[in-house]
Ligand binder design. Structure first.
Ligand code: SF4
Ligand code: SF4
Length: 88
């Protein structure tokens, strides 16, 4: 549950008002060939930055808000996400 503080929002999803591009050291890159669309990465991402593109039946990471924590890569059961050093 997010909460508003003097410093801004805190908690899951709080990065929707705090763009992180520029300081994230790593970014997740998904291998579409390996991905089984189980959606565990979408479920576990603490910032909600993995977006389902329903009309295309695909996932997209919004790097503007991804903090590069690697939770998605850690939870992927088929090792389809690699954390890559560098900016988008
Ligand atoms: S690296 Fe972290 S913030 Fe970025 S998409 Fe993966 S779980 Fe979400
Ligand atoms: S957790 Fe891995 S296999 Fe599942 S949707 Fe995400 S990238 Fe695809």
């Amino acid at each position: 549950m997010e909460s508003r503080t003097e410093a801004g929002l805190i908690g899951p999803g709080s990065f929707v008002e705090n763009k992180v591009f520029g300081w994230a050291t790593f970014r997740p890159v998904r291998d579409r060939e390996k991905c089984t669309m189980c959606l565990l990465c979408w479920f576990y991402c603490p910032e909600g930055t993995i977006v389902r593109i329903s009309e295309r039946g695909d996932l997209m990471t919004n790097y503007d808000y991804c903090k590069g924590c690697g939770v998605c890569a850690n939870e992927c059961p088929v090792d389809a996400i690699k954390m890559v050093r560098g900016k988008t």
